[in-house]
Design a protein around this ligand. Structure first.
Ligand SMILES: *[C@@H]1O[C@H](CO)[C@@H](O)[C@H](O)[C@H]1NC(C)=O
Length: 365
């Protein structure tokens, strides 16, 4: 083949690739969706209010929330441009400023320097990674309970912890039991040994590793039904005789993504910290922002990974992680978030605060 025809073919290929990207119906729908919402913000605010059952006490409050809603539509549009493999748009958080959103729906206390580790934390040994499956999802193996909702309380850390122990308990006993986050919210005041005054504090935030330490010392967690979630700080009503799941030990995992995958497959769902900035407007798809802050502000549960997420603009399949969140099933992909894997960039800080817990089976009294 001569050089000229090779060049011609390459050009044709390139042009068709670009055209495919531009004309992809999903992309057009999303981009024009947000444009349309900005133009018809009134109408879309009305449908937002009815969809999520929002009402505001005064006209003043209503008007202020409408302003916030419009600002968030513009933010969703910026997120869409920075994160083209995901879909960003209207979520139930669209009437909250980023600050309100952080305070009410996140809640992972930021460790000041390096994460201080509780006295009983182990370092996870390096595992072999050559035989890892291409796709793995603990939901297919019965280790993941239904998506819960933390409500307007910064207790994400308690949901991440309880979710990890639910998985570990399943691996130890073959039984999936929903565990009490409220016990952690009310009773866990474990402090970070490296930082004075930094302690787990209910709706005001906490850390998963500290919560494992509390659970180890306390003897375990009660069932969700025995100590139900209220979404507010309360006094501790823990009854040790009602413990159903106990911590045997817990470990922190290195930030190597293959090690994270190997630990996930071997030990069950893992607690991770992540920066949630793109999650306020996330609707679905694989989130793979060009830039994302690495400071973790949200505790979630890593439950699996996939080899080939569909990425319309980049015209190739992207591997991704599957993350269980605690904002109810109406958020994201039925309560789940996908973030791209193998970027080598510690995207949104998700590789650096990974921990696993092991359970021992307890005989209820
Ligand atoms: C953690 O607990 C599990 C289950 O009891 C046990 O098999 C494992 O050896 C323990 N790991 C460490 C580091 O103590």
């Amino acid at each position: 083949m001569d050089k000229l025809s090779l060049l011609a073919i390459t050009t044709v290929l390139l042009i068709s690739a670009v055209t495919a990207a531009v004309e992809d119906p999903i992309i057009r729908q999303v981009v024009s969706g947000i444009e349309d919402q900005l133009l018809n913000a009134d109408h879309h605010f009305a449908s937002f209010k009815s969809k999520f059952g929002k009402s505001y006490a005064t006209q003043e409050e209503h008007d202020y929330r409408f302003t916030v809603f419009k600002a968030n539509l513009r933010r969703a549009k910026r997120h869409q441009a920075m994160d083209p493999d995901a879909v960003h748009g209207v979520t139930k958080f669209m009437d909250l400023t980023p600050k309100e959103f952080r305070r009410q729906y996140l809640g992972m206390r930021k460790p000041k320097n390096k994460l201080g580790l509780p006295a009983d934390a182990n370092k996870a040994p390096i595992l072999p990674t050559s035989d890892l499956p291409d796709d793995f999802d603990w939901r297919d193996h019965g280790a993941v309970g239904k998506v819960k909702d933390q409500g307007g309380c910064g207790s994400c850390w308690a949901f991440s912890t309880a979710g990890a122990l639910e998985g570990a308990h399943f691996l130890a006993t073959g039984e999936l039991v929903s565990l009490s986050e409220q016990q952690l919210v009310d009773c866990d005041h474990e402090c970070d040994p490296s930082e004075y005054g930094a302690c787990d504090a209910g709706c005001n935030g906490g850390l998963m590793t500290s919560a494992y330490e509390y659970t180890l010392k306390a003897g375990g967690l009660e069932r969700e039904e025995a100590y139900p979630y209220t979404g507010t700080d309360g006094t501790c009503k823990f009854d040790k005789s009602k413990v159903v799941a106990s911590v045997s030990n817990f470990s922190v995992i290195t930030s190597d993504e293959d090690q994270i995958a190997a630990n996930l497959v071997k030990h069950g769902p893992l607690s991770i910290g992540i920066n949630a900035i793109f999650m306020q407007t996330y609707v679905g798809g694989v989130s793979c922002p060009y830039l994302c802050p690495k400071s973790q502000d949200h505790g979630v549960l890593l439950v699996g990974y996939g080899a080939a997420g569909f990425a319309p603009i980049r015209l190739k399949n992207k591997p991704y992680w599957i993350i269980k969140n605690s904002w109810g099933e109406s958020w994201g992909e039925e309560g789940y978030y996908k973030i791209c894997r193998g970027t080598g960039k510690n995207l949104c800080g998700m590789d650096t605060m990974v921990s696993s817990v092991a359970a021992i089976s307890v005989v209820p009294q």
